[in-house]
Design a protein around this ligand. Sequence first.
Ligand SMILES: CC(=O)SCCNC(=O)CCNC(=O)[C@H](O)C(C)(C)COP(=O)(O)OP(=O)(O)OC[C@H]1O[C@@H](n2cnc3c(N)ncnc32)[C@H](O)[C@@H]1OP(=O)(O)O
Length: 439
Amino acid sequence: MTNDFAQHPVDETSAASLAKNRLHYGLVDVSNRAAFANWLQADSRGFHGPTLSNEQVDSNFAGVTYRRTVGVWDESLTAPNIPVATTSSWAEQLTVPGGLSIDAWAISSVTVSPTHRRRGIARSLLEGELRSAADMGLPMAILTVSESTIYARFGFGPAVFASDLSIDTQRATFLSSERVGTVQHVSADEFIDQAPEIFERIRRFTPGQIKVWSMRWDQISGLVPGDEEYTKKTRIVRYDDDNGTPRGFVVYRVTGGGIDLTNHKLTVDYLLAENADAYTALWRYVLEVDLVREVRAELRSVDEPLLWQLSDRRAVTATPVDHLWLRILDVPVALSARHYSGSAVIGFAVTDGLGFAQGNFLLETDKAGLPHVTSIDDFPAEAAVVELSVSALSSLYLGGVTVSSLVASGQVRENTANAAVTLERVFHSPTTPWLSVWF
Ligand SMILES: CC(=O)SCCNC(=O)CCNC(=O)[C@H](O)C(C)(C)COP(=O)(O)OP(=O)(O)OC[C@H]1O[C@@H](n2cnc3c(N)ncnc32)[C@H](O)[C@@H]1OP(=O)(O)O
């Protein structure tokens, strides 16, 4: 999907409520470098980042101004051109079960200046983004979060989890010693040239992944200005299969060491593997680099095959974290966009404080798992019926969250006996959802 929505006007309801507090809510003119620079510096300050250099502003100006860039300004301040709040949003493609994707409104850069916190500005921004997305016909909003305490109140639910891994290289021995293909160091330019294409092939089959924008590939490979230490330390290794075709990359840095040179830490910043051979060879590579005691990797899948490949799975300490949060806006469109496992008739009684997803919906799937979704008043007798908030439905949507956990925790109520078993059977995704980037 192209980003046709970048100029969509800000939501009038939020504009009116912010105006009551003498705050102006509007789009940033991203053709104006100075206006964009003010917005970007406010965004960086909001995340406790540095004051950005001209070079950094230029690279963002080239890299992210295709997005809908929104600010809130307080004209009573001595620097009225610097926004006191920011957001950035764009239309994304989110992979869903069945090798399909759904259009989703990606929301990022949500900041409110500490000088203006807890006056309801973020609420106006978030509700404004949701109303705008619904207005543009987008069935879902998505975001990755700085804190897991903020977004459930707006109807978001965590749907994709990630693991941060710490691996003790002295205990991490592979069960199999079979080696195929070759690994070699390559340049950042080669990575940029080849990795996105490989990623695109993987993305389509991994629920939870989104299209990765080109500036993110530059950041991963150390090509953006501003973090010279990262750029200097970054190494990239490519895996080629026995036919010489590139099938994966690992981007990593080795740091530390000190007096004891055997004590280095290797950080995997990105590992991309198109098939099992590439996956095994790249993990084997990083785990066998000499003089390294610990390998760390963030944002890995919560279902890494690596743990099954090692003779001692306790070599790996995995810390799970909620990563991608979803917010369904249009239930029939969202439920129709994915495929399911087998036939069922399921009723959803959905509550939504903001109204978008409120109502009763019937999902009927056939033997092939193809859906038919209707909005109805009363559920038929044969339906397995559950009652849940839009946040819980959003968590379940990609098939990576266990229904029984949400029933046991009180997030989902079974209105017919064993409804959760039916829901689990058809919703569960055979591929564990995973999102390999922040946005
Ligand atoms: C998708 C992303 O970009 S994630 C990044 C989020 N941004 C950050 O973490 C940057 C640092 N933090 C901030 O900039 C701000 O503190 C924000 C954006 C998190 C909140 O902005 P504020 O304008 O202070 O929030 P606002 O006053 O609108 O609060 C709205 C509601 O969220 C709650 N809330 C706000 N911040 C938090 C928080 N950090 N933790 C828990 N609840 C919070 C408020 O209590 C309020 O609740 P209620 O309306 O249900 O009673």
